[in-house]
Design a binder for this molecule. Structure first.
Ligand code: GLN
Length: 188
């Protein structure tokens, strides 16, 4: 199964290696042509505004949005969640805008306030989670499933083919969330 990892900026290598360990064939996505034949795409953590500017420059932004609107499964982590969100409460733009949530960017504070914790995830049990300048979900639309919360805030959500985490599953050994996403991609 060909799974893309948006590779313009951020935690690209860590996602590629987690997917490889699980037996998928991950491919870095840098240009619109790289979207051909994918069964799913991971949008990594990094800086959503920088990722978006770089994607707009070569047409990848529009091409990826069209694929997602056509049902391509996507897993956004941290900045990737911000890219997927339909609403950003503290930023004037929105990016891919396909997942019906409102997020607040950088809601867990500055880089130095990063932390690791363990979260109970629906259906998976306890999963380690690293939060770095993480977005928190302030509103979930109808049809959005909340799979995990931190301090009452949704931090792992799913709506149809879209999965989004406020945290960084690519920075821990535990690959169950990647595996959960691959299962979503398999089912199409
Ligand atoms: N604060 C970043 C953003 O809004 C996300 C941080 C991260 O991905 N670690 O894009």
């Amino acid at each position: 199964m060909k799974i893309g990892v948006l590779a313009v900026q951020g935690d690209v290598r860590e996602h590629l290696s987690a997917l490889e360990r699980l037996g998928a064939s991950p491919l870095p996505v840098l240009k619109p042509e790289h979207l051909a034949g994918l069964s799913g795409i991971v949008l990594p953590g990094g800086e959503s505004t920088a990722i978006w500017r770089l994607m707009q420059a070569n047409g990848l932004a529009g091409a990826l949005k069209a694929e997602l609107e056509g049902g391509l499964p996507a897993f956004g982590t941290c900045a990737g969640m911000v890219l997927l969100a339909k609403e950003i409460t503290n930023w004037p733009e929105r990016f891919l805008a396909v997942l019906d949530i409102a997020v607040e960017r950088n809601a867990t504070g500055r880089q130095v306030e990063s932390f690791e914790t363990v979260l109970p995830v629906d259906g998976l049990g306890e999963v380690p989670a690293v939060f770095i300048r993480a977005p928190l979900v302030r509103r979930v639309g109808e049809g959005v499933e909340v799979l995990a919360r931190w301090q009452g805030n949704p931090v792992l959500v799913r709506q149809g083919p879209f999965l989004a985490a406020s945290f960084h599953p690519e920075l821990v050994e535990d690959a169950r969330l990647h595996s959960f996403f691959l299962e979503m991609c398999r089912k199409g």
